[in-house]
Design a protein around this ligand. Structure first.
Ligand code: KG4
Ligand code: ZN
Length: 324
């Protein structure tokens, strides 16, 4: 079943064509306009989506003709309302044009499905979703059967990476830069506090680590920071990664499930991959191109759901706070 899919929940415009769990094309355009603001500007994001979605769709349809498309999938939440609406409206319109069914996909479900593009994973497994907007630990009992067992009480881990990078004047998004600089740094240079979680056994918190970095930098000179930038990055990164790793290890014990998938933008982090592989026997990651937001993951989730008979109605709209 060939599916045309759209992802416009934040600052990546992405269009893909998939056939079941195989990706035929996946074109993603990361919007660069936000870098000077140190974060995503919703109004600009929506305008960029409008500009790119048509171009990317035209490009994708060079590989597969529209007459071969059997269904449409798009993200309908969570995310920025004005951005989501672009993909939703575009997707619904094409579906009406070609008279094929369409399905709205939860962005987080998309990230979970990204793992199936290159892996055959048995159920049950624990899925750690680590992105710029989310940090969630999910028990996946079967396809479409999820139980959220932990979530962040404040920032998402990607947000903590990005805000830390902003304090260090490393640009946006700062996660990849911190990853790169950390490679030559001393991870024991600064000792960050372990987060104290006030509620929920498997919940996360990153704001304490972020505040510690702010306090640490307060009385440091520009020269000192410049000289030790790799050490500061490596220590900060280690504290963020240990937070998700410790909680995942706790969940592995409690649920007696040692099969782990780590998905979404921060799963690209090289130190995270290294530590998880060291400490967990069976751990899976998506291919690098399907970690950051992309339409391929929405397409494979859509293909699965459409095949099972799921359909959305024409009145489906953006749900910015949609949960799994
Ligand atoms: O999944 P994603 O594209 O967007 C959301 O759904 O939020 O994730 C984006 C996040 C950003 O915060 C970015 O800094 C982070 O992923 N990221 C990384 C790395 N590559 C991307 N964080 C740490 N290390 C990386 N290599
Ligand atoms: Zn995402």
């Amino acid at each position: 079943m060939k599916i045309l899919a759209f992802e416009t929940s934040c600052d990546e415009t992405s269009v893909a064509i998939v056939e079941d769990f195989n990706v035929i094309v996946n074109y993603t355009r990361q919007q660069l306009v936000h870098s000077e603001f140190g974060g995503v500007v919703p109004e600009l994001a929506a305008r960029e989506h409008i500009r790119y979605i048509y171009q990317l769709t035209k490009l994708a349809l060079k590989e597969v003709s529209l007459s071969e498309i059997e269904g449409i999938a798009f993200t309908y939440g969570p995310g920025l309302a004005s951005s989501l609406l672009i993909g939703i409206t575009f997707g619904k319109t094409i579906s009406q044009l070609i008279n094929k069914p369409f399905i709205g996909i939860n962005h987080l479900e998309g990230h979970i499905f990204s793992i199936f593009i290159n892996n055959k994973v048995d159920f049950p497994f624990l899925c750690l979703i680590v992105s710029g907007g989310h940090t969630e630990l999910v028990l996946v009992e079967d396809f479409l059967k999820y139980k959220v067992i932990g979530y962040t009480l404040d920032d998402a881990i990607g947000e903590a990476f990005d805000k830390g990078a902003k304090m260090l004047n490393l640009g946006y998004p700062g996660g990849p830069t911190i990853d790169k600089l950390s490679k030559s740094g001393n991870k024991d240079f600064i000792k960050f506090p372990k987060p104290k979680i006030k509620s929920g056994k498997f919940n996360f918190s990153f704001s304490g680590i972020k505040t510690s970095l702010r306090l640490y930098l307060k009385d440091k000179s520009e020269e000192f920071i410049k000289e030790h930038i790799s050490d500061i990055c490596a220590s900060y990164q280690e504290a963020l990664i240990d937070t998700v790793l410790d909680t995942t290890l706790k969940a592995i014990k409690e649920y007696n499930i040692s099969r782990i998938c780590v998905v979404a933008g921060v799963s690209l982090n090289s130190r995270l991959r290294e530590k998880f592989k060291e400490q967990i026997d069976e751990v899976y990651f998506p291919l690098p191109e399907y970690c950051m937001d992309n339409a391929a993951m929405i397409g494979v989730a859509g293909a699965y759901r459409l095949k099972k008979g799921y359909r959305s109605n024409l009145d489906i709209s953006a749900e910015p706070n949609l949960e799994l």
